[in-house]
Write a protein that binds this ligand. Structure first.
Ligand code: MIC
Ligand code: SF4
Length: 642
């Protein structure tokens, strides 16, 4: 029987387990990446593991999330990460060089290789035919140390793309259509592979837009084949030698097949406050907008920017709109400058920001009160923009640019703009903002540079025999990590200071939560479906750990967050009968008798609340049970296990 693309890459990297869906597999990881908001913690964890040098083929530390600090905190984090990269053998991508996923695609991604990154949008690399996955910082630290990355073997979904997109409909509209079909939890436990004759009509950056936002489906990863188009992209990057073909076998078996006719797609928008709340742009006409933001790791390629510049050329941004444009990398920025497109954008009134995540993670450009913001980004969770009552819509660069001119959400097909055919034969490669590490012998004597904001990472405790505590918080469905541990300009500087960060935990849902959790000495949290969707930030587990949270009991969990809870030593449990969610309330006394034994033996635990017994499930692999018994992944690795 033939294999899918993902099965081929997994089988070539399998170090533990068998490729049986639903079971634990350990994979050898070829490449890792971190960014600054998760990197400090990952390198503190790597330091704690006591390994002198990374063992991967390539590891890169990027600074791209929080670059324009107003205090010393971020600057200290950057200096620490740079010192760790120099000492431990990583490349260091300086602030201003670009967003990790865009730069990695351009300079380092290799078809057929495995990549994990401490950022949930690492599957961007799937646009090149690599198996790229988002992970918690500690999982990345373990992989840097040569340990396997463990996932539950996913099921395989194939999406066949047929035909060709109409003018002014673009890759963003394809992934929004997939989100409309599958929803934000439709990809959980799956790898999404793209195939069909439509694939050859899409460039690598377009494919990367699609795999990037596959994260919003909850998928383990998304991947395209590596074909002649991939080869051409790598040739332009001066890396044709990195190309290799990667295809699924003709007779590969998929658990699910979805067909999409590209020629029938229209411009789409994800409406507030979820990436799967998708509607046709043509049906949203008339919504007045205050702000447009172009950029983020989803839509910041040269082609995206060129389209925006072409639409803006010779016109002026609506007086009611503030338009920002963020090129994804310095390479993109430079190409825009060289071809004159930058000048077209500036002349039209676009505000050009440096190549970072910027407004996507609430680092500036928060909308006005109750403002409407149109963004080419990938997430529109409530409050993420920094304005709690803002309405954020996710759209393509075409829709964003045309709407910036009209001041209303506008179908770009009404603009009459004829897409440009401009291409470059080679890209202007310049890696002078990537600093190589010190030699192994020189590295030995190097010190890590830690500023006063860098505090120790909290340590988990082995699962006790019984848990008796209070339900200190009850939340609903689709709680994101932006709810659990918000980011943004005010909070991000404390990513390496868990005690300080804890003051903001669940601030979007219930600002009194941190004080209550501290007063009660911790407890359990109860959640609904898809708890912890969104980012890979392990802070959404480390901070609850610091506040004494022992278990989270939910209807279901998002993959990376469930892994992060286990890695931190917090038990993720699900209701055997989801309707039992209603039987437990905030403030209720809860007991989990014999939980230690259940975790050790793999039997399902029970919870007693208000005199009632509720059946729970511990959907954990045997390795995860051992990690919980040890008190988290750091302790588990300290015991010499992987
Ligand atoms: C995000 O898009 O939410 C982030 C910020 O990139 C996160 C990582 C983080 O919280 O640092 C992610 O997607 O993993
Ligand atoms: Fe940065 Fe936004 Fe991409 Fe996250 S989603 S990596 S914040 S650009």
């Amino acid at each position: 029987m033939g294999m899918t693309i993902a099965e081929k890459i997994i089988s070539a990297h399998l170090v533990e387990g068998e490729m049986i869906p639903g079971t634990d597999v350990g994979l050898r990881i070829d490449q890792t990446l971190t960014q600054d908001a998760t990197g400090t913690m990952a390198y503190l964890e790597f330091e704690a593991m006591g390994i002198p040098r990374v063992k991967t083929e390539l590891s890169v530390a990027y600074i791209d999330h929080n670059t324009l600090q107003s205090g010393f905190e971020n600057a200290d984090d950057h200096r620490f990460i740079q010192s760790a990269a120099e000492k431990y053998g990583l490349l260091f991508s300086r602030p201003g060089n670009g967003i990790c996923h865009q730069v990695h695609l351009e300079r380092f991604g290799i078809p057929g290789k495995t990549l994990i990154g401490s950022d949930s949008h690492t599957p961007t690399g799937g646009g090149l035919g690599m198996l790229a996955m988002g992970a918690g910082g500690l999982d990345v630290a373990v992989a840097m140390g040569g340990g396997a990355y463990h996932i539950v073997m996913p099921r395989m979904t194939r999406i066949n793309l047929h035909g060709r997109l109409s003018p002014l409909v673009s890759a963003k509209d394809i992934i929004l259509e997939v989100l409309r079909i599958m929803s934000v939890k439709g990809g959980v436990g799956k790898i999404i592979e793209y195939g069909g004759d439509g694939v050859s009509t899409l460039s690598v950056p377009e494919r990367a837009t699609i795999t990037n936002m596959g994260t919003e489906l909850g998928a383990t990863s998304s991947i395209f084949p590596s074909d002649e188009i991939t080869r051409e992209f790598l040739r332009k990057e001066g890396r044709e030698k990195d190309w290799r073909p990667v295809f699924a076998d003709e007779d590969a078996l998929y658990d699910e097949i979805i067909e999409i006719d590209l020629s029938t797609l229209e411009p789409l928008a994800a409406c507030p406050h979820s990436p799967d709340n998708v509607k046709k742009v043509s049906e949203l006409g008339g919504v007045k907008i205050d702000q447009v933001c172009v950029g983020s790791c989803t839509n910041s390629s040269f082609d995206d920017m060129l389209t925006v510049a072409g639409i803006l050329k010779g016109k002026t941004v609506s007086p009611a709109v503030s338009l920002t444009v963020t090129p994804g990398s310095r390479q993109v920025f430079r190409m825009l400058a060289d071809c004159g497109a930058l000048s077209d954008m500036i002349s039209a009134g676009a505000r050009v920001l440096e190549c970072t995540c910027g407004p996507c993670i609430g680092m500036g450009q928060s909308p006005v009160s109750r403002g409407v913001s149109l963004r080419t980004f990938n997430r529109n969770f409530k409050g993420r923009s920094g304005t709690a009552d803002a309405e954020v819509y996710l759209v393509s660069p075409e829709t964003a640019a045309v709407s910036a001119l009209t001041g209303f959400i506008t179908d770009p097909r009404s603009s009459g703009y004829v897409p440009s055919k401009f291409t470059l034969d080679v890209f202007p490669v310049n890696d002078n903002m990537i600093i190589p590490p010190a030699s192994e012998s020189a590295a030995e004597s190097l010190e890590l540079k830690k500023g006063p904001n860098i505090k120790e990472c909290p340590s988990g405790i082995p699962v006790p025999p019984n848990i008796e505590c209070e339900c200190v918080l009850k939340v609903g469905d689709n709680i994101t990590t932006d709810h659990i541990m918000p980011a943004g300009a005010k909070i991000l500087p404390y990513r390496s200071n868990i005690p300080k960060l804890s003051e903001f935990c669940f601030g979007v849902c219930d600002p009194s939560f941190p004080a209550r959790a501290r007063e009660k000495g911790g407890g359990v949290i109860v959640g609904g479906e898809n708890y912890g969707q969104g980012s890979s930030r392990e802070h959404a587990a480390l901070v609850p750990l610091y506040l004494g949270i022992k278990a989270v009991i939910a209807k279901s969990f998002a993959r990376i967050h469930a892994d992060n809870l286990v890695n931190a030593g917090i038990i993720p449990l699900v209701f055997a009968d989801p309707s039992d969610y209603d039987a437990v309330g905030e403030g209720d006394d809860v007991s989990l008798p014999g939980i230690g034994e259940c975790i050790a033996s793999g039997t399902d635990p029970e919870m007693t609340v208000n005199g009632r017994k509720i059946r729970l499930k511990a959907n954990l692999t045997s390795r995860q049970r051992k990690i919980l018994k040890a008190g988290g992944l750091l302790r588990f690795t300290a015991e010499g296990r992987t």
